[in-house]
Design a protein. Sequence first.
Length: 134
Amino acid sequence: YQLDGLSWVEGFRLEVIRGSDMLDGSIEAPGASLIVQPISESTYRRADGVPLVIRWKDERNAGATSTQIRLEKAKIDRAIPPGVFELRIDSAELRVDDKEKVRVERRNEVALAGGAAGSLLSASTEHSIEFSVE
């Protein structure tokens, strides 16, 4: 099941009963994520020598058990601890490019009671923007 669009729900519950077998799970979804820094279509200057700050927020201030930050051209992929809403990247790690893409993906997961090993219920949100690196 995938929910796309502007309506976002706070959580999901799944219950399946077949005969005497039962599968059950519920999860709180992270709120919609929004990258607030850098600003979309802005320019970051490596020559300034200051770290690039990537900052995001959650519409409901809800936490996520896992957060991944990816920068496409620089080939950066970092896991962020729960409760953290900021990442600093050293200027030397970035590549000069007029269309660097940063993506923030936040996810909550829970094992499904009664399910096969590895059965998970997950809810995730992601946001991406492009900016220039000089």
